[in-house]
Design a protein around this ligand. Structure first.
Ligand code: THU
Length: 167
């Protein structure tokens, strides 16, 4: 089965994605275009592995990130953390992030590294969709909880009030 836009090639059709996660078809298209464009600006002379990321905020803004490598290899940063950091600096708070999308040049699509999954966990709901695009724009959708089950998050930590010793 395919339709006029050839969506049957994709892991999920864009319409499925919209229905499953409350994103509109237009929003899915926008996050796809934004992560694909961000990928073109990756700085990855050492790995030659381009990663683009886009983050959709509740106010409709889309924030982009790409991997930025460094001659001192471990200093390089993943696309997801660049995008999320930029979103936070732009004013995004916990609960303001509706979706995160990632584009690479491989198939099946790459999924976020462990460090990025934990970084995402800090700011995003467990059921937030993470859209993974392969080299041809084919889409697989996972939730954060699927990618990082039994996760550790900020709510596990005591607040300074709770730690205060009564006098
Ligand atoms: N990379 C990302 O940007 N995101 C991931 O989730 C996995 C890996 C980057 C880091 C490095 O610049 C290149 O991909 C190869 O590991």
């Amino acid at each position: 089965m395919s339709n006029s836009t050839g969506e049957a090639k994709r892991g999920h059709t864009r319409q499925d994605t919209a229905l499953m996660h409350g994103l509109s078809t237009t929003e899915v298209q926008k996050v796809w275009e934004a992560c694909d464009e961000a990928k073109s600006r990756a700085y990855c002379p050492y790995s030659n592995f381009r990663v683009g990321c886009s983050v959709l905020l509740t106010n409709g803004d889309i924030v982009q990130g790409a991997n930025v490598e460094n001659a001192a290899y471990p200093v390089g940063t993943c696309a997801e953390r660049v995008a999320l950091g930029a979103a936070v600096v732009q004013g995004a708070k916990k609960g303001d992030i509706r979706a995160l999308a990632i584009a690479t040049d491989i198939t099946p699509p790459a999924s976020p590294c462990g460090m990025c999954r934990q970084f995402i966990r800090e700011f995003c709901e467990q059921n937030m969709p993470i859209l993974l695009y392969d080299k041809d724009g084919r889409l697989v959708v996972m939730t954060l909880a699927q990618l990082l089950p039994l996760s550790f998050g900020p709510e596990a930590l005591a607040t300074t009030d709770e730690l205060a010793v009564p006098r």
